[in-house]
Design a protein around this ligand. Structure first.
Ligand SMILES: [Zn+2]
Ligand SMILES: [Zn+2]
Length: 297
């Protein structure tokens, strides 16, 4: 390792202790989160998190709702800055990846159309799961105000309804008893490739970051993803160990990747403790902002 590179990694490790100013991984009611986008903004304000990004699964409708409410992406909103965000489900060699997108233009036509197509596929998959449950004599009814345009439907939604209907005693049980088993586990997911997702974000003038990478992804796929045009990797994540962070920092530095981080908040319970508990310090937020070439400062 070159000395300058070594210094950079040491600096990054030291910086792990610095205060968090940005939480760039939050889910709202537009995917499987329990809080509305406006509630997330309020929460960030209460906690003193300066910058947030709402990264719903295959949906930017939450950000667009904030835009309509006058809380424009990238601009200051009552002390909280909002960076456009999304978490796209995609695949590489049959393995499932989550790709975070930031700083893109939410009005980008291609991005909106592709995400709409993915949400439609999620909705159809949800209907197929409901049908499969019906054949097991389990009636699952979706709330009437949900629609494929608005909700990025996922299995956690369905698990929650099964829990509410007292069919299962926990979300975990819904997965182990039904979703991970035949025939439901054979219902295919409609996804795009990692390369397509990176390209999709790029043409919308956004950055891509590999979300919560597994050890295997880091060791064997990161250089390849970097060649595909990946911009960053999510280093600060609740489940990432200290050793995992160090190895990620090292790899990201070698490949010239930027760093991102966030709490992956979904639940209302303990939301105030969770928001901003994981994320970026000022230095890395600035580096990301510069890399995006956005007006963010
Ligand atoms: Zn994810
Ligand atoms: Zn997430």
């Amino acid at each position: 390792m070159k000395r300058s590179s070594f210094t950079k990694v040491c600096q990054a490790i030291h910086d792990l202790q610095k205060p968090i100013v940005a939480d760039l991984h939050l889910h709202s009611t537009y995917s499987d989160g329990e809080l509305t986008p406006a509630e997330l903004v309020q929460l960030a304000l209460l906690k003193g998190v300066e910058v947030i990004s709402i990264t719903d699964h295959d949906s930017i409708e939450g950000i667009r709702a904030l835009q309509i409410a006058g809380q424009i992406t990238g601009q200051m909103n009552a002390g909280v800055q909002i960076v456009a965000g999304v978490e796209i489900s995609c695949y590489l060699e049959g393995e499932s990846y989550h790709l975070l997108g930031y700083f893109f233009d939410p009005e980008n036509d291609e991005l909106q159309k592709t995400l709409m197509r993915l949400r439609k596929a999620r909705w159809e998959r949800g209907q197929a799961i409901i049908e499969a449950l019906k054949s097991m004599k389990i009636e699952l009814v979706l709330p009437t105000h949900w629609s494929e345009e608005r909700i990025s439907l996922g299995r956690p939604h369905l698990a929650k309804i099964l829990l509410e209907q007292k069919v299962v005693r926990s979300i975990h049980e819904a997965f182990s008893r039904f979703f991970f088993r035949d025939p439901i586990n054979r219902i295919p997911k409609a996804q795009i490739t990692v390369e397509e997702a990176i390209g999709l974000l790029k043409q919308a003038k956004g950055l891509s970051s590999l979300a919560h990478p597994s050890k295997r992804m880091i060791e064997s796929q990161l250089p390849r993803l970097s060649q595909m045009g990946l911009d960053a990797v999510e280093v600060w994540y609740p489940a990432t160990t200290a050793r995992g962070k160090e190895s990620l920092l090292q790899q990201a530095n070698d490949l010239g990747l930027a760093l991102t981080g966030g709490s992956d908040l979904h639940q209302r319970e303990k939301a105030l403790e969770t928001i901003g508990s994981c994320g970026l310090s000022r230095r890395y937020l600035d580096q990301l902002g510069i890399r995006s070439g956005s007006l963010y400062h």
